[in-house]
Design a protein around this ligand. Structure first.
Ligand code: FPP
Length: 263
């Protein structure tokens, strides 16, 4: 089913078709999280202002969101603005917020036609009223969709999220049951969502940059030198294929031991 939906969108005979046919759709990562990096470098290489890199990055967002939904990914999380990003020049921040609002307005129909549910993780309450209004509208209009959950991490920090979770936990009073990992994760922004199986980072940097610190405990990490504005379906499919070649051990051993006494 997912292969068919994806192929309906891929030119016949293209390299992307060959890649799509290699994927095992019964073993897709349930949750893919992406650190979109390299917009500034993409612009610098073209002697353009940094914001042009963010503008071009929107095309990559559009492509990856629809490709992931068509492939049958359950959850996609994109890191769009961190709690540290407020240190950037005011003009860059306002362009990023304007691009986000524009994206939501222009892409709402694509989200709806692909049955995508939109969600924000992060301290959205600190964003300006016009941005919050657009985010609320996007979430409300897509709330009854049953397909892929699309999280945008905005004013997000992994440590901030853990602190916020502890605050909520404390505010909720003395727990009836002892706190364990499963119960604690219900206080995170991603409550009820599966943890990322695959973390993608573009532009070659080997850092997790305060992204989903709790949730990526066992994620497979795939880093590409491709700068975010150049990232497309083809790169996403390559990342999924690489993920499917990994052996996930969760701290265990490579393969099941031969039973003692087996002949
Ligand atoms: C990192 O590149 C990218 C960002 C901080 C912002 C990403 C945002 C977008 C692509 C637009 C809005 C997103 C959505 C989901 C609609 P960088 O500027 O740090 O690049 P550099 O490391 O090369 O300087």
């Amino acid at each position: 089913m997912s292969l068919e939906k994806l192929l309906a969108w891929i030119p016949t005979g293209s390299p992307d078709e060959a890649l799509a046919r290699e994927i095992d759709f019964d073993r897709l990562p349930s949750h893919i999280a992406i650190i979109m990096d390299g917009n500034g470098r993409w612009a610098a290489r073209r002697r353009l202002p940094r914001v042009e890199g963010h503008r071009a990055g929107i095309d990559a967002v559009r492509d990856v969101v629809e490709s992931s939904a068509r492939a049958g990914i359950d959850v996609l999380t994109l890191y769009a603005f961190s709690v540290e990003n407020w240190k950037r020049p005011a003009g860059e921040i306002s362009t990023l917020m304007a691009l986000l609002k524009r994206y939501l307005r222009l892409e709402l129909n694509t989200l709806l036609s692909n049955n995508i549910r939109f969600h924000v993780i992060g301290r959205a309450e600190d964003l300006s009223a016009d941005v919050r209004q657009e985010l609320q509208r996007g979430m409300a209009k897509t709330a009854s969709n049953t397909g892929m959950l699309f999280n945008i991490a905005l004013n997000y920090g992994g440590r901030t999220e853990i602190v916020d979770a502890v605050r909520r936990l404390v505010q909720s009073g003395v727990p009836a049951e002892p706190i364990d990992e499963a119960r604690f994760s219900q206080f995170l922004y991603t409550a009820g969502q599966p943890d990322p199986d695959l973390l993608i980072r573009t532009s070659g940097e080997m850092r997790v940059s305060n992204f989903l610190l709790w949730q990526i405990a066992y994620a497979e990490i795939w880093v590409t030198d491709t700068l975010w504005p150049d990232f497309r379906r083809h790169d996403l499919l390559e990342a999924i294929l690489a993920y499917q070649k990994r052996e996930r051990r969760y701290g265990g051993i490579t393969s099941a031991p031969v039973a003692l006494g087996a002949k």
